[in-house]
Design a protein around this ligand. Structure first.
Ligand code: CIZ
Ligand code: SF4
Length: 310
């Protein structure tokens, strides 16, 4: 990239010239959030992807999110700034292994968290996100056995919350499992008035001490409505940018990871940069392409989710 380029201005120009929309996840770096047309969590982003009339969707997030956009809008070109932006949680459920697991429990309905590959979606009955998971689970008759995949922490949290006994796939997110209960407790002693707010992908021991648990969007909304002045935020650090912009007088402290070398930035999300965003818009690649049969099979459970959470 020519260092003299004003990337912010260039991205705005390319958006207009190409009728492109930039969708960014809350975990993207602040510069990317600032140029986005829409910033959201996976539910909000998939709803935007389903309804936009842009010709090109530039998806600043990870692969499964851009893939979901392509599943919903196949006639549109979907670009991802870095094709290597994957997801440790999605990778923890390889479709072939999951198929075998599912075959052992043929009477179970499969509810999968949207953080999974198209292959897992195609094997699922309904998709959910952390924003709508309770509603989705409650839409299923009480006597219907459920498999929940791929996140065991979110699954355990939801099982407790809804009183459903769900069979859990043993997957997890590397970022949300990195938090240290001990370090959060010590931080809380130094900031006694701070509220601990956590994402349900965190381990149960961390969720047990949280003052509020919610999806990315729910945490952001809580930070606006709640009257506390300080918060210990137990999720990916990217969300602090919007929290701080919405609440300039409040303090947001990222929860500490369990060791000094670890970090609560998602390494996959952070592969995207403003430079790569610009380059992918200029050259229209990398592009998400999909096998049409897989796309149709993966679309069904997403549509069920969008209907239930409309
Ligand atoms: O951990 C993630 O990737 C989350 C929380 C995604 C989302 O927006 O639900
Ligand atoms: Fe995947 Fe975790 Fe990164 Fe989200 S934060 S994209 S679940 S690895």
């Amino acid at each position: 990239v020519d260092v003299r380029l004003d990337l912010f201005a260039e991205i705005e120009r390319l958006k207009k010239e190409k009728n492109a929309i930039v969708l960014a996840h809350y975990y993207q770096e602040p510069d990317i959030q600032d140029v986005a047309d829409y910033i959201g969590d996976s539910l909000g982003l998939s709803q935007q992807a389903a309804k936009t009339d842009a010709d090109i969707i530039v998806f600043a997030g990870v692969h499964f999110m851009a893939e979901t956009a392509k599943i919903l809008s196949p006639q549109k070109k979907v670009l991802l700034p870095d094709l290597k932006a994957g997801c440790s949680l999605a990778d923890s459920a390889p479709p072939e292994l999951f198929r075998k697991f599912k075959e052992k429990h043929p009477d179970h309905l499969v509810i999968s968290y949207i953080n999974c590959s198209a292959g897992i979606k195609a094997l699922s009955d309904i998709i959910c996100t952390s924003s709508n998971a309770e509603k989705i689970i409650e839409s299923v008759p009480k006597d219907q056995p459920i498999i929940f995949a791929p996140d065991r922490n979110l699954g355990a949290y939801l099982a407790k919350k809804t009183g459903r006994d769900m069979l859990l796939w043993n997957g997890a997110c590397m970022v949300h499992e990195i938090f240290s209960l001990e370090k959060i407790t010590k931080l809380k002693i130094r900031h006694p008035k701070a509220k601990v707010i956590a994402h349900p992908e965190c381990e149960a021991a961390v969720l047990d001490i949280a003052d509020y648990i919610g999806s990315t969007t729910a945490l952001l909304n809580f930070s606006k409505k709640d009257e506390a002045k300080e918060y210990i935020v137990v999720t990916e650090t990217g969300i602090l940018h919007q929290m701080q912009m919405e609440n300039p007088s409040k303090t947001f402290i990222p929860a500490p990871p369990n060791n000094a070398c670890a970090c609560n930035d998602c390494p996959h999300m952070k592969l995207n940069t403003l430079e790569k965003l610009y380059l992918c818009m200029e050259y229209e690649e990398p592009e998400i392409t999909m096998n049409e049969q897989l796309r149709i099979a993966a679309k069904k459970p997403i549509e069920r989710m969008l209907e239930i959470s409309a």
